[in-house]
Design a protein around this ligand. Structure first.
Ligand SMILES: *Cc1c(COP(=O)(O)O)cnc(C)c1O
Length: 367
């Protein structure tokens, strides 16, 4: 392992600030009020405030990575008579379908292909044709390709048709402004190690209280029971049901302070957007082509087609970039040969400039 702390140009875990790392140098007691009332409850309030001004929402924290909370929501929220429509255009949409299958949740998958945004009219036709559908789930930023799905349009569709709306905003919450109440989102899922810029260890759900209240006793799992976790936090002043990731939680509290110091979500969004635009322009200048149309890009992560040169190997390109202090991400798109570069985390324009220079250096193949 290198002792140099390279920059992670990945969708999380990502490069965190020194302040976030240093916040972990303290051992908390999981039943002490300094931790529960002082830190956990404050985080829950701040998360709701980032998501909406409306008083109708609450936040639940859950141990594990982001997928644990997605599974917790699907398994707790969707009743035995309900049916879930999953909008799928990437690995994370497909993962929700797999969870539904494993938990025996009635569901239907609306496949869009990996490089297309959902056709809202076609989606509406599916809703009209299947009256059993009670819930819709969609990924906001599909990290597989970097596509930003049309949240407002699909939210409007869910609201017009009276469907409960679940959003995996894992890689966008905190980095893209949104208001869950204005959009009519009932459950929004994200995690500690994405745009809030904390370290891995837990995920969280911003839930419409009125909807969460209906979910007692529905969970298909003990440890992923979102309702039971919520009740415990509500009734016992921020207490988690099982051992909580205390150091991660302290790091997250610091990450929230730093988000505020940066100027909040709007300011962070501007930084990410500037990073992403410079990245794409610079990579184009070096001869790389993004996988998606520019109009579909999120400001989070970008997929690029792999060079067609016969001597190109991702592993060698990756090694050469890592040697220069940058870690990029392999492609996850099944139909095209790609690699991905993330631009979230403690990453600034000057880092993108240095990365572009490093990419220029790492292009060892014949063109
Ligand atoms: C990161 C991510 C997840 C969760 O992945 P984990 O590896 O479980 O943290 C889910 N959905 C999206 C869109 C993501 O970017």
């Amino acid at each position: 392992m290198s002792d140099r702390n390279y920059l992670l140009l990945t969708p999380g875990p990502l490069t965190t600030s020194d302040g976030v790392k240093q916040a972990m140098l303290f051992d908390s007691c999981t039943w002490d009020e300094d931790y529960n009332l002082g830190v956990v409850q404050s985080i829950r309030r701040q998360l709701v405030a980032l998501a909406t001004q409306s008083a109708g929402y609450t936040a639940v924290l859950l141990q594990g990575s982001g997928s644990f909370a997605v599974e917790g929501v699907l398994g707790t929220v969707i009743g035995p008579q309900d049916k879930l429509l999953i909008v799928n255009n990437g690995a994370y949409g497909a993962r929700m379908a797999e969870m539904a299958r494993l938990m025996d949740i009635g569901h239907r998958v609306f496949d869009c292909g990996e490089v297309n945004e959902p056709d809202v009219a076609a989606l509406e036709a599916v809703l009209k044709s299947d009256a059993r559908i009670s819930h819709i789930a969609m990924v906001h930023c599909e990290t597989t390709t970097g596509m930003l799905n049309p949240l407002q349009k699909v939210a409007g569709l869910a609201a017009r048709n009276g469907k409960t709306f679940i959003v995996d905003a894992m890689s966008s919450f905190g980095g893209i402004p949104l208001d869950v109440d204005a959009l009519g989102i009932d459950f929004l899922i994200s995690s500690a190690n994405k745009c809030i810029q904390g370290v891995p260890g837990f995920a969280f759900v911003i839930a419409r209280r009125r909807e969460l209240e209906k979910c007692a006793g529905r969970s298909r799992s003990l440890s992923l029971d979102l309702y039971a976790q919520w009740r415990c936090m509500e009734d016992h002043g921020g207490k988690w049901r099982f051992t909580s990731p205390t150091h991660t939680v302290l790091a997250f509290a610091q990450a929230l302070r730093e988000l505020e110091q940066e100027g909040g979500v709007a300011a962070r969004h501007r930084r990410y957007q500037a990073n992403q635009r410079r990245l794409v322009a610079g990579m184009r200048g070096l001869g790389f082509a993004p996988l998606l149309d520019d109009a579909l890009h999120s400001p989070i992560i970008t997929a690029f087609h792999s060079p067609q040169a016969p001597t190109y190997r991702f592993a060698e390109f990756y090694r050469r970039l890592k040697q220069q202090g940058f870690v990029i991400y392999p492609g996850k798109v099944s139909q095209s040969d790609c690699f991905r570069i993330g631009n979230i985390g403690e990453i600034y324009l000057q880092d993108i400039e240095r990365l572009l220079a490093a990419v220029g250096q790492a292009m060892y193949w014949e063109r």
